[in-house]
Design a protein around this ligand. Structure first.
Ligand SMILES: *[C@@H]1O[C@H](CO)[C@@H](O)[C@H](O)[C@H]1NC(C)=O
Ligand SMILES: *[C@@H]1O[C@H](CO)[C@@H](O)[C@H](O)[C@H]1NC(C)=O
Ligand SMILES: *[C@@H]1O[C@H](CO)[C@@H](O)[C@H](O)[C@H]1NC(C)=O
Ligand SMILES: *[C@@H]1O[C@H](CO)[C@@H](O)[C@H](O)[C@H]1NC(C)=O
Ligand SMILES: *[C@@H]1O[C@H](CO)[C@@H](O)[C@H](O)[C@H]1NC(C)=O
Length: 425
């Protein structure tokens, strides 16, 4: 070889190993690049809000969540319905579409029953192959995956999104529940270790209900904090002894972010992220806010978020201002926006605010565009970015990223702002 061809050859050789070099990192520069993503809500943990048809077909009013869905119909009927849903609700095309609109993360809710069902629980299992496919598709389309534990044994919040609607959280009341949670998270993180350039974040618990004033869930925060410490250790330092690339994501447990300021200090615990969820609709005061007030509060949240001791994302939020979506508060519970919810004062009619976007007014869609921009701007300015709830909805377009793209209140490029100075910065 002459010297020129040697240089060319060396350069080509370098190019061929470049992907391997790049693959050594987390797959994403957390702290430098901004997280822009969507949740794949209602897929591997079902909710009647996302797919009402799945629940309506059961013809049983006792079926309100995944637990009762599995309990109150024959094993075959429940399993076959779930299998058809897993295979069709989210497919490879969704991953292609998500990548195509400039997003870089998908957050995937899972329940403990993806790996572990005890004899006294009705849950169907079988979600795992779909999660594995999701990770393959994410890799193919260059998306990062956040696996988020939504359903812990006993339920960490009693919410429908935990799989089991209950009067309170019971996860923390029995150490067997907590042990089972470690086991599930340990198995999942071990399983995807070789893919930690794709599955770059493990969220070890979603929305544990540590309400400050509530007598509802006493002792939960203490159990949660110990769980976070232990989960961090085995996820960052798995059995192989090699340090993992995984980021470990906590959820704030509904505490103000400053509550966490002395927890897991940065010099001892690297690679920790915090997730907080921002909705402006779930109490009477918020429901009555004007469009301008919603936008202003979104803008204010940029500074408040910087109080967090960790890299922080807003892992759930929405472009709509109201709780009109059918089944949002429960399968047979009406919204507070139109006064259907017991104890609420009506703001107005829900007609034209939920359902098919072809019924939405130009004014409503333009508000959602402004509010969407104010939020993404704010969550990128004050934090590491955002993951919107949710990619796809059967029958409530105002919550759907996909519908927002189609009907224009979400831009195809998430940085193509129509109202770049909406927050006055
Ligand atoms: C639903 O259940 C009711 C009461 O058992 C029954 O009369 C009705 O035919 C059922 N409908 C369907 C579609 O299965
Ligand atoms: C905790 O849960 C396990 C498994 O469900 C059960 O066997 C045990 O009795 C429970 N312990 C308490 C103190 O409730
Ligand atoms: C967002 O702003 C509201 C109103 O100022 C505040 O109550 C809330 O704590 C803020 N949330 C975050 C995460 O900063
Ligand atoms: C609404 O509240 C009233 C009075 O507290 C109660 O009697 C009724 O059962 C409640 N309805 C529902 C649907 O929760
Ligand atoms: C919404 O309405 C339009 C026009 O009536 C219709 O073409 C479309 O299929 C509807 N979309 C959904 C999701 O029902």
């Amino acid at each position: 070889m002459n010297s020129l061809s040697r240089v060319v050859f060396a350069f080509l050789a370098f190019l061929s190993i470049l992907p391997a070099i790049l693959a050594l990192d987390d797959g994403f520069s957390y702290g430098k690049e901004k997280i822009r993503g969507v949740n794949l809500g209602g897929w591997l943990v079902i909710e009647s809000f996302t797919t009402p048809s799945l629940f309506d077909k059961t013809n049983d009013t006792r079926i309100v969540d995944e637990y009762t869905f599995s309990l109150y119909q024959t094993r075959d009927a429940g399993f076959n319905a779930l299998k058809a849903h897993w295979a069709s609700f989210i497919t490879e095309q969704d991953f292609a579409d998500i990548a195509n609109v400039g997003l870089n993360h998908v957050r995937i809710p899972v329940g403990h029953w993806i790996l572990d069902v005890s004899p006294d629980e009705p849950y169907h299992t079988g979600q795992l192959p779909y999660l594995q496919k999701a990770v393959e598709w994410a890799e193919k389309y260059n998306l990062q995956v956040i696996i988020a534990l939504y359903g812990a044994p006993g339920s960490q919040n009693g919410f429908i999104n935990s799989g089991h609607q209950r009067d309170a959280a019971y996860w923390h009341t029995n150490s067997t529940n907590v042990e089972r949670t470690y086991k599930v998270m340990n198995e999942l993180s071990t399983m995807f270790e070789a893919k930690s350039n794709v599955v770059s974040i493990f969220q070890v618990m979603n929305e544990a209900a540590g309400f400050r004033r509530a007598v509802l869930n006493p002792g939960l925060l203490a159990v949660l904090k110990q769980y976070y410490l232990n989960a961090y250790n085995f996820i960052r330092n798995p059995l192989s002894g090699k340090k993992s690339n995984y980021m470990v994501m906590l959820h704030d447990g509904f505490q103000h972010l400053s509550y966490w300021k002395d927890f897991m200090p940065k010099d001892k615990y690297e690679g920790v992220m915090m997730d907080t969820h921002i909705y402006q609709m779930f109490n009477d005061h918020d429901a009555h806010m004007s469009y301008d007030d919603h936008i202003q509060r979104a803008c204010q949240n940029a500074t408040i978020m910087s109080e967090s001791p960790f890299m922080t994302i807003i892992g759930e939020w929405t472009a709509t201002n109201n709780d009109c979506g059918p089944h949002l508060l429960g399968r047979f519970v009406g919204p507070r926006y139109d006064g259907s919810l017991n104890g609420s004062t009506a703001v107005g009619s829900c007609v034209g605010l939920t359902g098919n976007a072809t019924t939405f007014s130009e004014e409503y869609k333009e508000f959602m565009r402004m509010y969407w921009e104010a939020q993404t701007m704010s969550y990128e300015r004050g934090g590491e970015g955002w993951v919107m709830w949710t990619w796809k909805m059967e029958n409530a377009d105002e919550w759907s990223y996909q519908a927002g793209i189609i009907h224009g209140w979400i831009p195809r490029d998430p940085t193509a702002y129509k109202y770049p100075s909406i927050c006055g910065w």
